[in-house]
Ligand binder design. Structure first.
Ligand SMILES: NC(=O)C1=CN([C@@H]2O[C@H](COP(=O)(O)OP(=O)(O)OC[C@H]3O[C@@H](n4cnc5c(N)ncnc54)[C@H](O)[C@@H]3O)[C@@H](O)[C@H]2O)C=CC1
Ligand SMILES: C[N+](C)(C)CC(=O)CC(=O)[O-]
Length: 494
């Protein structure tokens, strides 16, 4: 399979823009083809929201973002692409024509994915050159946060293309579910559609408003759907006797008229009712604001699932381990100048770090110092293999001093001095400095303990890490000790 560096996206609407964010955040260069004169603005706004969510989602964001280009010509977009993802409007005739055109313009081994929500790949590939490389890669909105992508092949799709497409999507931190059979609507949309049809009936028949129907979902079943599907949920609903008891108890209800599987006719009256009630529900909040609210909630859910190593959280956990291994970090080189404190972290103050006093809030100082310590570990050779072998440093003490106010967007760097070490310990002194004028904004002194993470016990660092520590320590022994080193909080009387 080709290495994927250049990606072409056909269509940059809701889904195309979401794909753009996911590929960019994985360091790939993206060209989007979209004739909409407003495409660049719209894609830019979605990516800005996505970037905000990504920063909150993962602590392993050292991968440099790829570049983005928006063009109107499909041939220009796909010419040098290593992978193509089509996200055109859901119209079979349009997709068939454009996919045929794309297949003539890209190299014959380039995989082409379609985001279609339910059209059959056998039909989409009918006019393509090398149709064996067409797969459906059906994502979920927002593509940059939700990991699921359903992979479905048509009659002419090769098994290898499905495997390759799944590997590409999984390299982006997604969960690829390869479908056993080609079927209209695939798996997830068949389920979502059933709920949607029923919801429309409930509005149509005046049983409930759109808001009440949403509430009936989001305050109850929706919460558990974040980590359990119907089968696991109902297994638990059967109590100790499990699924058999559940089927016996609730099976008869399936004969009752609880659902109407045929969708209601979308009359002007029904559309008007749904749209006006939906506007009332949104109460003037813009789509972009709602997207941010949705993203913040999804980030919290995903992080909680990661903590529990469950469902989509396990995908995130594995992805972060991969990102950690790939991160472009500085590792000590033989000719590095160690005669000054090390500058291993440069960043800018995120506006979200600012509190009601208008300056960086306390907890963010610890975050910045923590990231500086992480950068120091990477510098001395604590990499993914070292961690996987069961070794790491844990922070056991921190003393922070706040010297000057730090404001939103200010570029800052952290200067790090090694004050002392032995086989098991590091004593670091970090200074946050304003890049513009070199002013010292805050300091932190930290003690770190080297641990065997499997035994959860302190132990000596391995020689490959101790050697750089020793070299830094020898050089930093020549530096003046910072005035705040070893300082404690003064007695009020003093
Ligand atoms: N919106 C959703 O929740 C989801 C949509 N999908 C699927 O993704 C695909 C795209 O859907 P959305 O992004 O929602 O639609 P959209 O309407 O937001 O975006 C479609 C984009 O395609 C562009 N376009 C139209 N003709 C074009 C052409 N000839 N060449 C290049 N670009 C062209 C439009 O200007 C527009 O920006 C559909 O197949 C849909 O079923 C999949 C998952 C979820
Ligand atoms: C409504 N929809 C069919 C376009 C939805 C999807 O395909 C998936 C999603 O994100 O809900």
């Amino acid at each position: 399979m080709r290495e994927i560096q250049r990606v072409a996206l056909i269509g940059g609407g809701v889904i195309g823009a979401g794909w753009a964010a996911r590929f960019l955040f994985n360091g790939m260069d993206v060209t989007v083809a979209d004739p909409d004169p407003e495409a660049e603005r719209k894609i830019g706004e979605v990516i800005a929201n996505a970037r905000r969510a990504q920063k909150k989602l993962t602590y392993s964001s050292e991968i440099a973002e790829g570049t983005l280009r928006v063009v109107s010509d499909i041939k220009e977009a796909v010419g040098k692409a290593d992978f193509v993802q089509e996200s055109l409007p859901e119209r079979e005739d349009l997709k068939i024509e454009v996919l045929a055109q794309v297949s003539q313009a890209v190299a014959s081994d380039v995989i082409i994915g379609s985001s279609t929500s339910g059209l059959l790949p056998s039909r989409l590939q009918s006019k393509m050159q090398n149709p064996e490389r067409l797969v459906v890669g059906h994502p979920f909105n927002p593509v940059y946060l939700l990991p699921l992508v359903e992979v479905c092949g048509g009659d002419l799709t090769s098994a290898q293309s499905k495997q390759d497409a799944a590997a590409i999507y999984e390299s982006l931190g997604m969960k690829a579910l390869i479908l056993r059979k080609e079927i209209d609507g695939f798996l997830a949309d068949r389920l979502l559609e059933a709920v949607w049809r029923e919801s429309l009936w409930l509005v149509n028949d005046g049983i409930a408003t759109v808001e009440e129907i949403d509430d009936s979902f989001r305050y109850g079943a929706g919460l558990r759907f974040a980590f359990m599907g119907s089968f696991l949920t109902y297994r638990l609903a059967g109590g100790e006797a499990g699924m058999r008891h559940f089927m016996e108890q609730f099976g008869p209800a399936l004969k009752l008229p609880w659902t109407k599987l045929e969708a209601p006719e979308l009359t002007d009256e029904l559309i008007h009712k749904v749209v006006t009630q939906s506007d009332a529900q949104a109460a003037g909040v813009s789509i972009r604001d709602y997207e941010r609210k949705r993203d913040d909630c999804l980030v919290s859910i995903l992080q909680s699932l990661r903590k529990n190593d469950f469902a989509a959280g396990s995908v995130l956990k594995d992805y972060e381990a991969k990102l950690f291994g790939q991160a472009q970090v500085r590792v000590m080189a033989a000719d590095d100048d160690l005669s000054q404190p090390l500058v291993l972290l440069q960043t800018a103050v995120d506006p979200e770090w600012v509190d009601y006093n208008g300056h960086m809030t306390e907890s963010r100082y610890l975050q910045v110092f923590g990231e500086a310590s992480d950068a120091f570990y990477r510098y001395i050779g604590v990499d993914a293999a070292y961690l996987a072998a069961g070794h790491s440093y844990y922070t056991v003490e921190t003393h922070i001093m706040h010297l000057l106010e730090v404001h939103a967007e200010e570029p800052i760097e952290v200067q790090t001095q090694l004050l002392g070490h032995d086989e098991k310990r590091l004593r670091l002194f970090h200074t946050i400095v304003r890049c513009e004028d070199g002013a010292e904004l805050a300091t932190a002194e930290q003690m770190m303990l080297h641990v065997n993470t499997r035994a959860q016990k302190a132990c000596a660092a391995l020689p490959e890490v101790l050697a750089p520590v020793k070299a830094i320590a020898e050089a930093h022994a020549e530096l003046e000790q910072p005035g705040a080193a070893g300082r404690r909080i003064k007695d009020l009387a003093g």
